[in-house]
Design a protein around this ligand. Sequence first.
Ligand code: GDP
Length: 486
Amino acid sequence: STTMQRDQKQNDLSLLGGLLVSGFKKDSCLSRYQSHLYRKASPHKPSLHLLSKLRAYEELHKRCGPGTRPYTNAERLLKPKQTGDDDDSESQGCKYVVWMEFSGLGNRIISIASAFLYAMLTDRVLLVEGGEQLDDLFCEPFLDTTWLLPKDFTLTHQFNGFGQDSAQCHGDMLKRKLINESSVSSLSHLYLHLAHDYNEHDKMFFCGEDQSLLKNVPWLIMRTNNFFAPSLFLIPSFQEELGSMFPDKGTVFHHLGRYLFHPSNHVWGLITRYYQAYLAKADERIGLQIRVFDEKSGVSPQVTKQIVSCVQNEELLPKLSKSREQQKQPSEEEEVKLKAVLVTSLTTGCFEILKTMYWETPTVTRDVVAIHQPSHEGHQQTEKLMHNRKAWAEMYLLSLTDKLVISAWSTFGYVAQGLGGSRAWILYKQENQTALNPPCGRAMSSDPCFHAPPYYDCKAKQGTDTGNVVPHVRHCEDISWGLKLV
Ligand code: GDP
């Protein structure tokens, strides 16, 4: 009947075309069921192969996740052997990748998505460290189990000591030639250092040979703040699988991000209240993410100029009228469009300038422009709960806009762009004080940039430009040495 068809359609919409499964308690995570009321349907359809990989992953996580027998057995491998232990520590084929808490929220989100992709490719279960923070910001993505690393995890108290020169570090062991077929078979865990400051040995993670060595290590503990998916596409043993999962290459974060990151009810309240108050009634919504990495200088007059010329040249916002002629009031029949701009920034300088500009002077199109900024937190305060809730709410709100401008280098902006799924305008980074021309440019895809990719040809064992190997892994628009999927 038609009601059934309507219900079916409603269901399909809220489950994002099969990306999500039903069965979660609605009240425990409102955003999971309500996001489609706030954002347009995705321009990208997840492939059937991705959907079946996700369903298989969910089964694996349920079978091996915390609280299960295989989990307990696998964890026992990490403890010193007691004499008299009967050796039934069979982990039943369950292997794990643990993501360690690290860095700002945008960095966390894109690196967790990369770790999840890696987990799917290697049949591992992803567990994330991050206790109350993560739990407060996001809903549980996996049905009937948990992605949170249990607080009493055997190695937790060693995490602080894990570093590039610690005994169990993959890169350091390579350097000391301690890693080979026979030595890895006895390892219960390895630490993978994949953060921005990793060295040439750590980077061997991205070689096929090392991947086959890592295959049977039950626990991989990973510290990363990067979106390293582009380099996984260059590992031969993953290529076929990745090609079927993502026939549209530059949509990896878009799909995995929408699958994994559902704002908790607290954050969903921040998002929906703000949206209804300031954005819902507009004819067009424009997002403007302003990120200045030098906190002392703040948003300089040059950067403000750059932003204004970007939004006006690219016709994201109308120019201001100059002549008296145009300053006449619009007649009553003339339809005035409302453009709402959502500005996110740690400070308010640029917001004040834009707001005053569009208040004092009419626009050439006669459209009215409303400028809104939810918060101005001053500086990064990753340890504070409410600060992070706001940061997450703002990334999400930006992702709901019709057109988006983001700042070069910023993972905060990448998350907004990726969840939204469209190509943003990127404000190029000003290296010196000269005006940039052009001030901004269109992104090639909605995926984040991998800021610190390896430059190594694993087969030839020599340096190479990894942005030149396959057509879908290229250098980023905003960081010339970075890599992104397009
Ligand atoms: P990135 O440093 O721009 O790559 O992004 P991260 O999210 O990893 O780290 C920056 C952190 O600074 C954020 O997580 C927030 O804590 C804070 N922050 C930066 N820009 C904003 C903003 O526009 N709004 C809010 N609320 N917080 C911000």
